[in-house]
Each structure stands twice: as C-alpha cells, then as structure tokens.
Design a protein around this ligand. Sequence first.
Ligand code: PMV
Length: 340
Amino acid sequence: MEYDLAKASAIAHSNIALIKYWGRSAKFPPELNMPLNDTISMTKRGVTHDTALTTHTTIEFSPHLDYDEAVINDEPADERTMDRICFIINALRKQVKMDWSFFLRSYNDFPTQAGLASSASGFAALTLAATEALQLNVSKQALSRIARLGSGSACRSIHGGIVFAHRGESHETAFAEQLCAPDDFDIAAVIAVVDQHPKKITSDVGHDLAKTSLFNDVRIEQSQIHAIRIKRAVLGKDFATVGQVAELNCLMMHAVMMTSSESLLYWQPATLAVIHRIHALREEGIECYFTIDAGPNVHCLCQYNDIERVQQAIQDVKGVLKTFVAIPGGDAYITEAHLF
Ligand code: PMV
C-alpha cells in the first residue's frame, strides 16, 4: 500500500463492567489477554463535569520519524503502556508490510485524577485510529479483537450501549458485540469518587494473581451463568435483575481479589459507606445497585429518573470526594479533529 498521509484520529468511551473480566486464561499467551469468562459492560457517556468520559487519540506514521513515540495527557507513555501500544501497532504494520515509525498523542477527558480507568477507552481509540491511518478496512469484530490485545476490557469500548464480550476459544472468537443500543435500555451510573490516587496494584498485575484464589474457579463458573442472566434481562428490559446480578458478580470478583496471594483489598472505608447508603436507598424504595472495578470508587447503577435522588444521597456520604453521572454512550468513532 502507498501512503500519502498515514494519519487519523479516533474517540472512544470508557466502560463499566457488569460482568467482570478478572484473570487471563492460562491456555493462551498472556499478551492475548484472553478472558476466563464472558463479560458484559455499559459503555459510559459522562453527562456532568463537562466530560464525555472518552479518550481522543491521533496517530501518524511517517518515514521521517526515527522512533516510535506516544504522549498521553502530555506525558510520555510509561514502558509497560508503550509495550502494549507497540504490540498492537507492530501487528498492524506487519499486516500492511510497512515499517514507518509512529507518533501518537492521546487525551482522556476524565476529571483529572478521578481514579477512573482509561485503558479501555485508550486502547479502543488507538485501535480505531491506527487501523484508519493504515487504511485497513476492518470489521467491528476485528477492531474489538485487536483492542483486546491492549487491555481485555478495551474490546468492549469499540461498541456503544450494553456490550457482550465472548471469552472465545481462540483469538479469533474472543471479541465483543453490542447487546443493545444506548437508548434501548434504561440504565445510568452515578460514580462516587472516594480516592483519587493511582492504585498500588494495577489490574494488569492483578489478572495474574486471580488464579491463586480458591474462589477463582467458582467465580468463573458463576460468571458464565451471570452473563446469560444479564443478557436475558437486558433484552427483556428487566433493570432489577441486571442490577442484582451485576452486584453479585462484583462481590465475587472482590472476593477473589481479597483472597488471592498477595491479597488485593481495593476498598476504602468510604467504599463501604457508599455500599451501605445504596442498601439504605433500596430500603427507601429506590432501585439501585453497586458495582466496583479494580479500585475503591463505586458505580451506583440506577434508572434515568432516579439519577438525581441517587446522586444527592451518594454525594452526602462521608468520604465521597465527588460524584458524576454516566449514561450509555455510543460506538468508538473516527474524527477529523487531529491533536497535532
Ligand atoms: O482491561 P483491564 O486489564 O484494565 O482489566 C479490567 C478489569 C476490571 O475493570 C476490574 C473488570 C472489567 O471487566 O472491566
């Protein structure tokens, strides 16, 4: 392929898992990030704090560049992130038989230091921008597979709405697809930020510890059942079942984390205080549930009409630094707005 200009930009939303990915399958090389179970997520679009909860990425390949370089939020990418970026880019360069170096610039519009994960939106935006720059005409399924090579949860951020990721029996069959469009299921997340510091043990490291927990096998087995139940409930517009199963699945992941060696205890006192407030809200008749990723911040799942009441209640909890609201967001997309 001859390139005049191999440059493109893309934007992708982050996502919150309703059925969690925790632990890579030992049957495959670790760099493939093959999950142990099917997962389900909500792609997030922020509606407060002027944030869309997205990553915006521009990449350019050029014969005039001497080396590969990535700048994220105005800082050079760390070594591990650079390795993961290059793992994806090298596979694409090989496919198009091109050896030009790249320059990449990326911004997350998450509230600064909110302690929210950006790897999912980051690798989804990178995958879309890079395939566009190299004029590779790839399907959404292929984009999802490639994004997974950056981080397991990124395969889901290619799609909007509620997304189902197949654990797959091979690299080819482990990809995500949309279960329902953003407007087709009434769900929102009120996010309680209780700690803004980067976590000590990243999920990248945590995935390798999952197998040391005695609860790991039962979590995997149950997650397959949970995925079927949530899928059915989403299609049947049954929010209560989605919330109940998502909450249980989250607790099972944290049980694995806490009982792995070394033990991962991501919760802070305020995490627990928010959980108790959510229980109390339920007793007051508000349908709401919690889910927590690999960190102390809590996503409170509720329906659109309850957002205000839930947000008010959660932001009054001691130790909650800020709250903001996300609703289902759209697919990752190409933009003409280049960052350089
Ligand atoms: O994609 P990673 O490697 O950042 O792992 C994500 C792990 C969790 O956020 C805890 C769960 C999930 O499925 O997103």
